[in-house]
Design a protein around this ligand. Sequence first.
Ligand code: PAF
Length: 330
Amino acid sequence: MVVTSKPHPTQANIAILGAGAIGQLMFHKLGLTGQATEAEPIRDVVLIGRQPHTQQHTLQFTDSNGQTHHTTATILNRNDAQLENINLLLVCVKAYQVEHALQPLLSKLAQHCHIVLLHNGLGPHLAVSAALKHFPDLGLSLGTTSQAALKISQWHIKHTGVGVTQLGHYCGTPLSAELKHRLQALHRDNQPLEWHQPVLPILWQKLAINAAINPLSALNQCANGQLAAEEYQPQITAIIDELVNVAKCDGIELAPAQLLNRVKQVIALTSANFSSMYQDVAHHRATEIDYINGYICQQAKRYNLATPTNQSLVTKIATLSQQDKASQPT
Ligand code: PAF
Protein backbone atom coordinates (compact mmCIF):
# COMPACT_ATOMS: atom_id res chain seq x y z
CA MET A 1 0.00 0.00 0.00
CA VAL A 2 1.31 3.43 -0.89
CA VAL A 3 0.71 5.94 1.88
CA THR A 4 0.65 9.50 0.65
CA SER A 5 0.82 12.12 3.34
CA LYS A 6 -0.86 15.45 2.77
CA PRO A 7 1.37 18.45 2.12
CA HIS A 8 2.16 20.64 5.08
CA PRO A 9 2.91 23.96 3.39
CA THR A 10 5.08 26.27 5.43
CA GLN A 11 4.23 29.30 3.33
CA ALA A 12 0.84 30.97 3.96
CA ASN A 13 -1.72 29.78 1.44
CA ILE A 14 -4.89 31.52 2.40
CA ALA A 15 -8.41 30.81 1.16
CA ILE A 16 -11.54 32.74 1.86
CA LEU A 17 -14.77 30.81 1.82
CA GLY A 18 -17.60 33.13 0.77
CA ALA A 19 -17.21 35.89 -1.79
CA GLY A 20 -19.74 38.29 -0.29
CA ALA A 21 -18.83 41.81 0.81
CA ILE A 22 -16.88 40.73 3.93
CA GLY A 23 -15.17 37.82 2.12
CA GLN A 24 -13.99 40.15 -0.66
CA LEU A 25 -12.93 42.77 1.91
CA MET A 26 -10.73 40.18 3.69
CA PHE A 27 -9.34 39.08 0.31
CA HIS A 28 -8.28 42.64 -0.57
CA LYS A 29 -6.91 43.43 2.89
CA LEU A 30 -4.81 40.26 2.96
CA GLY A 31 -3.73 40.41 -0.63
CA LEU A 32 -3.23 44.00 -1.70
CA THR A 33 0.33 44.92 -2.38
CA GLY A 34 -0.29 48.61 -2.75
CA GLN A 35 -0.72 48.97 -6.52
CA ALA A 36 -3.97 50.49 -7.71
CA THR A 37 -5.29 50.66 -11.30
CA GLU A 38 -3.28 47.70 -12.74
CA ALA A 39 -4.87 44.26 -12.50
CA GLU A 40 -2.21 42.67 -10.29
CA PRO A 41 -2.61 38.98 -9.45
CA ILE A 42 -2.82 38.23 -5.73
CA ARG A 43 -0.76 35.08 -5.29
CA ASP A 44 -1.15 33.52 -1.88
CA VAL A 45 -4.82 34.37 -1.26
CA VAL A 46 -7.70 32.75 -3.15
CA LEU A 47 -11.47 32.79 -2.85
CA ILE A 48 -13.52 29.59 -2.77
CA GLY A 49 -16.75 29.80 -4.72
CA ARG A 50 -19.68 27.68 -5.79
CA GLN A 51 -19.01 27.76 -9.54
CA PRO A 52 -18.36 24.40 -11.30
CA HIS A 53 -14.74 25.23 -12.32
CA THR A 54 -11.84 27.20 -10.89
CA GLN A 55 -11.68 30.56 -12.63
CA GLN A 56 -10.05 33.99 -12.49
CA HIS A 57 -11.83 37.33 -12.13
CA THR A 58 -10.74 40.93 -11.95
CA LEU A 59 -11.92 42.29 -8.63
CA GLN A 60 -12.32 45.95 -7.77
CA PHE A 61 -11.89 47.40 -4.32
CA THR A 62 -12.67 51.01 -3.50
CA ASP A 63 -10.76 51.72 -0.30
CA SER A 64 -11.71 54.14 2.48
CA ASN A 65 -9.80 56.95 0.67
CA GLY A 66 -11.95 56.45 -2.43
CA GLN A 67 -9.07 54.88 -4.42
CA THR A 68 -10.10 51.91 -6.57
CA HIS A 69 -7.70 48.93 -6.80
CA HIS A 70 -7.97 46.23 -9.47
CA THR A 71 -6.70 42.75 -8.74
CA THR A 72 -6.91 39.36 -10.38
CA ALA A 73 -8.38 36.75 -8.08
CA THR A 74 -8.44 32.98 -8.38
CA ILE A 75 -11.84 31.61 -7.41
CA LEU A 76 -11.26 27.96 -6.53
CA ASN A 77 -13.95 25.41 -7.15
CA ARG A 78 -14.87 23.52 -3.94
CA ASN A 79 -13.39 20.28 -5.32
CA ASP A 80 -10.16 21.73 -6.68
CA ALA A 81 -7.06 19.65 -5.80
CA GLN A 82 -5.28 22.90 -4.82
CA LEU A 83 -7.33 22.93 -1.62
CA GLU A 84 -4.73 20.60 -0.13
CA ASN A 85 -2.29 23.52 -0.10
CA ILE A 86 -4.57 25.76 1.95
CA ASN A 87 -3.23 26.23 5.46
CA LEU A 88 -5.42 29.16 6.52
CA LEU A 89 -9.13 29.24 5.74
CA LEU A 90 -11.21 32.30 6.58
CA VAL A 91 -14.90 31.43 6.64
CA CYS A 92 -16.90 34.52 5.67
CA VAL A 93 -20.28 33.01 4.80
CA LYS A 94 -23.46 33.76 6.76
CA ALA A 95 -23.87 31.93 10.08
CA TYR A 96 -26.58 29.62 8.67
CA GLN A 97 -24.27 28.55 5.80
CA VAL A 98 -21.13 27.76 7.84
CA GLU A 99 -21.70 24.09 8.63
CA HIS A 100 -22.96 23.10 5.19
CA ALA A 101 -20.22 25.03 3.33
CA LEU A 102 -17.33 23.94 5.56
CA GLN A 103 -18.04 20.27 6.26
CA PRO A 104 -17.19 18.96 2.73
CA LEU A 105 -13.92 20.91 2.71
CA LEU A 106 -12.48 19.56 5.98
CA SER A 107 -10.96 16.41 4.45
CA LYS A 108 -9.51 18.37 1.51
CA LEU A 109 -7.46 21.04 3.31
CA ALA A 110 -3.75 20.89 4.23
CA GLN A 111 -3.04 18.70 7.23
CA HIS A 112 -2.47 21.54 9.71
CA CYS A 113 -4.87 24.01 8.19
CA HIS A 114 -6.24 26.61 10.58
CA ILE A 115 -9.88 27.68 10.18
CA VAL A 116 -11.16 31.08 11.27
CA LEU A 117 -14.93 31.67 11.54
CA LEU A 118 -15.88 35.28 10.94
CA HIS A 119 -19.65 35.78 10.98
CA ASN A 120 -22.35 37.52 12.96
CA GLY A 121 -23.97 35.52 15.75
CA LEU A 122 -22.94 32.41 17.64
CA GLY A 123 -23.62 28.70 17.31
CA PRO A 124 -21.76 27.28 14.28
CA HIS A 125 -18.57 26.93 16.38
CA LEU A 126 -20.27 24.11 18.32
CA ALA A 127 -20.93 22.01 15.21
CA VAL A 128 -17.56 22.85 13.64
CA SER A 129 -15.58 21.97 16.79
CA ALA A 130 -17.50 18.66 17.00
CA ALA A 131 -16.61 17.91 13.34
CA LEU A 132 -12.95 18.75 14.00
CA LYS A 133 -12.73 15.81 16.44
CA HIS A 134 -12.31 13.72 13.25
CA PHE A 135 -9.50 16.03 12.03
CA PRO A 136 -7.29 16.50 15.11
CA ASP A 137 -4.51 18.29 13.19
CA LEU A 138 -6.79 21.13 12.14
CA GLY A 139 -7.28 24.19 14.35
CA LEU A 140 -10.16 26.59 14.89
CA SER A 141 -10.17 30.28 15.78
CA LEU A 142 -13.22 32.51 16.07
CA GLY A 143 -13.50 36.17 15.32
CA THR A 144 -15.60 39.18 14.64
CA THR A 145 -15.06 42.37 12.69
CA SER A 146 -16.71 45.76 12.76
CA GLN A 147 -15.24 46.59 9.36
CA ALA A 148 -17.99 47.01 6.80
CA ALA A 149 -18.18 46.78 3.02
CA LEU A 150 -20.86 47.27 0.43
CA LYS A 151 -21.21 45.31 -2.81
CA ILE A 152 -21.36 47.72 -5.76
CA SER A 153 -21.58 44.80 -8.18
CA GLN A 154 -20.69 41.10 -7.90
CA TRP A 155 -16.91 41.72 -8.04
CA HIS A 156 -16.67 45.33 -6.87
CA ILE A 157 -16.87 46.28 -3.21
CA LYS A 158 -16.50 49.55 -1.36
CA HIS A 159 -15.03 49.80 2.13
CA THR A 160 -17.78 51.59 4.07
CA GLY A 161 -16.88 51.15 7.72
CA VAL A 162 -13.59 51.00 9.55
CA GLY A 163 -13.21 49.30 12.90
CA VAL A 164 -11.62 46.60 14.98
CA THR A 165 -11.17 42.93 14.04
CA GLN A 166 -10.97 40.62 17.08
CA LEU A 167 -9.71 37.04 16.86
CA GLY A 168 -8.85 34.24 19.27
CA HIS A 169 -8.06 30.54 19.34
CA TYR A 170 -10.97 28.22 20.13
CA CYS A 171 -9.84 24.58 19.72
CA GLY A 172 -7.41 22.23 17.99
CA THR A 173 -3.93 23.05 16.78
CA PRO A 174 -3.09 26.71 17.51
CA LEU A 175 -2.37 29.17 14.73
CA SER A 176 1.34 29.17 13.82
CA ALA A 177 3.38 32.32 14.45
CA GLU A 178 3.88 32.65 10.68
CA LEU A 179 0.13 32.63 9.92
CA LYS A 180 -0.57 34.96 12.82
CA HIS A 181 1.98 37.34 11.37
CA ARG A 182 0.39 37.03 7.91
CA LEU A 183 -2.99 38.01 9.39
CA GLN A 184 -1.45 41.31 10.51
CA ALA A 185 -2.31 42.50 6.99
CA LEU A 186 -5.86 42.87 8.34
CA HIS A 187 -4.38 45.75 10.32
CA ARG A 188 -3.84 47.55 6.99
CA ASP A 189 -5.12 51.18 7.09
CA ASN A 190 -4.28 51.15 10.83
CA GLN A 191 -7.51 49.36 11.71
CA PRO A 192 -6.91 47.52 14.98
CA LEU A 193 -6.43 43.77 14.95
CA GLU A 194 -6.77 42.31 18.46
CA TRP A 195 -6.08 38.81 19.77
CA HIS A 196 -8.17 37.66 22.73
CA GLN A 197 -7.84 34.61 24.93
CA PRO A 198 -10.48 33.45 25.73
CA VAL A 199 -12.33 34.70 22.67
CA LEU A 200 -15.92 33.78 23.67
CA PRO A 201 -16.52 36.83 25.95
CA ILE A 202 -15.69 39.07 22.96
CA LEU A 203 -18.15 37.18 20.76
CA TRP A 204 -20.91 37.46 23.40
CA GLN A 205 -20.28 41.23 23.49
CA LYS A 206 -20.68 41.39 19.72
CA LEU A 207 -23.77 39.17 20.03
CA ALA A 208 -25.29 41.78 22.38
CA ILE A 209 -24.74 44.50 19.75
CA ASN A 210 -26.34 42.40 17.01
CA ALA A 211 -29.16 41.15 19.28
CA ALA A 212 -30.18 44.74 20.04
CA ILE A 213 -29.61 46.48 16.71
CA ASN A 214 -30.36 43.91 14.02
CA PRO A 215 -33.93 42.74 14.74
CA LEU A 216 -35.15 46.15 15.94
CA SER A 217 -33.84 47.92 12.83
CA ALA A 218 -35.31 45.21 10.57
CA LEU A 219 -38.73 45.25 12.27
CA ASN A 220 -38.95 49.04 12.41
CA GLN A 221 -37.39 49.43 8.95
CA CYS A 222 -34.99 52.08 10.17
CA ALA A 223 -31.31 53.02 10.08
CA ASN A 224 -29.30 52.06 13.18
CA GLY A 225 -29.27 55.65 14.46
CA GLN A 226 -33.03 55.73 14.97
CA LEU A 227 -32.69 53.11 17.70
CA ALA A 228 -31.27 55.86 19.95
CA ALA A 229 -34.87 57.09 20.41
CA GLU A 230 -36.32 56.80 23.93
CA GLU A 231 -39.09 54.42 22.81
CA TYR A 232 -36.56 51.62 22.05
CA GLN A 233 -34.59 51.82 25.31
CA PRO A 234 -36.76 49.50 27.50
CA GLN A 235 -36.59 46.78 24.83
CA ILE A 236 -32.82 47.19 24.33
CA THR A 237 -32.28 46.99 28.11
CA ALA A 238 -34.41 43.82 28.33
CA ILE A 239 -32.53 42.17 25.42
CA ILE A 240 -29.20 42.85 27.14
CA ASP A 241 -30.37 41.78 30.62
CA GLU A 242 -31.63 38.45 29.30
CA LEU A 243 -28.39 37.91 27.34
CA VAL A 244 -26.23 38.68 30.39
CA ASN A 245 -28.12 36.06 32.46
CA VAL A 246 -27.71 33.39 29.79
CA ALA A 247 -24.03 34.21 29.23
CA LYS A 248 -23.44 33.89 32.99
CA CYS A 249 -24.81 30.32 32.96
CA ASP A 250 -22.47 29.67 30.00
CA GLY A 251 -19.54 30.79 32.18
CA ILE A 252 -19.19 34.27 30.62
CA GLU A 253 -19.40 37.24 33.01
CA LEU A 254 -20.57 40.42 31.29
CA ALA A 255 -21.32 43.80 32.87
CA PRO A 256 -24.85 44.89 31.77
CA ALA A 257 -24.26 48.67 32.15
CA GLN A 258 -21.02 48.51 30.15
CA LEU A 259 -22.68 46.40 27.46
CA LEU A 260 -25.61 48.80 27.21
CA ASN A 261 -23.18 51.69 26.77
CA ARG A 262 -21.35 49.79 24.06
CA VAL A 263 -24.65 49.13 22.20
CA LYS A 264 -25.49 52.85 22.39
CA GLN A 265 -22.00 53.71 21.17
CA VAL A 266 -22.35 51.37 18.14
CA ILE A 267 -25.81 52.83 17.39
CA ALA A 268 -24.21 56.28 17.32
CA LEU A 269 -21.11 55.19 15.35
CA THR A 270 -23.18 53.39 12.70
CA SER A 271 -26.18 55.76 12.81
CA ALA A 272 -26.46 56.11 9.02
CA ASN A 273 -26.01 52.35 8.38
CA PHE A 274 -28.74 49.86 7.70
CA SER A 275 -27.97 46.69 9.67
CA SER A 276 -27.24 43.40 7.92
CA MET A 277 -30.62 42.03 9.08
CA TYR A 278 -32.46 45.10 7.77
CA GLN A 279 -30.72 44.47 4.42
CA ASP A 280 -31.41 40.73 4.46
CA VAL A 281 -35.12 41.40 5.00
CA ALA A 282 -35.16 44.19 2.39
CA HIS A 283 -33.50 41.91 -0.20
CA HIS A 284 -35.75 38.92 0.64
CA ARG A 285 -32.80 36.86 1.96
CA ALA A 286 -32.67 34.50 4.93
CA THR A 287 -31.69 36.29 8.16
CA GLU A 288 -29.21 35.29 10.89
CA ILE A 289 -31.88 35.65 13.63
CA ASP A 290 -31.51 31.98 14.73
CA TYR A 291 -27.81 32.61 15.44
CA ILE A 292 -28.33 35.97 17.19
CA ASN A 293 -31.43 36.27 19.42
CA GLY A 294 -32.22 32.62 18.59
CA TYR A 295 -28.87 31.50 20.03
CA ILE A 296 -29.62 33.36 23.28
CA CYS A 297 -33.02 31.59 23.52
CA GLN A 298 -31.53 28.20 22.63
CA GLN A 299 -28.86 28.46 25.35
CA ALA A 300 -31.47 29.83 27.81
CA LYS A 301 -33.53 26.65 27.38
CA ARG A 302 -30.55 24.56 28.51
CA TYR A 303 -30.51 26.49 31.79
CA ASN A 304 -34.32 26.85 32.21
CA LEU A 305 -34.08 30.61 31.86
CA ALA A 306 -36.85 32.76 30.40
CA THR A 307 -35.92 35.10 27.53
CA PRO A 308 -39.33 36.59 26.53
CA THR A 309 -37.96 39.71 24.80
CA ASN A 310 -35.44 37.83 22.67
CA GLN A 311 -38.00 35.09 21.93
CA SER A 312 -40.59 37.60 20.77
CA LEU A 313 -38.02 39.14 18.37
CA VAL A 314 -37.17 35.70 16.95
CA THR A 315 -40.88 35.04 16.38
CA LYS A 316 -41.50 38.46 14.79
CA ILE A 317 -38.54 38.18 12.39
CA ALA A 318 -39.58 34.62 11.44
CA THR A 319 -43.13 35.87 10.74
CA LEU A 320 -41.78 38.77 8.68
CA SER A 321 -39.62 36.40 6.60
CA GLN A 322 -42.56 34.02 6.06
CA GLN A 323 -44.89 36.84 4.97
CA ASP A 324 -42.16 38.05 2.64
CA LYS A 325 -41.74 34.55 1.12
CA ALA A 326 -45.50 34.24 0.64
CA SER A 327 -45.66 37.60 -1.16
CA GLN A 328 -42.82 36.74 -3.60
CA PRO A 329 -43.73 35.49 -7.11
CA THR A 330 -43.14 31.73 -7.41
O1 PAF B 1 -24.84 43.25 11.44
C1 PAF B 1 -24.59 44.47 11.35
O2 PAF B 1 -25.22 45.23 10.63
C2 PAF B 1 -23.39 45.02 12.15
O3 PAF B 1 -22.78 43.95 12.82
C3 PAF B 1 -23.75 46.14 13.12
C4 PAF B 1 -22.59 46.31 14.08
C5 PAF B 1 -25.00 45.87 13.88
C6 PAF B 1 -23.81 47.47 12.41
O4 PAF B 1 -24.83 47.60 11.49
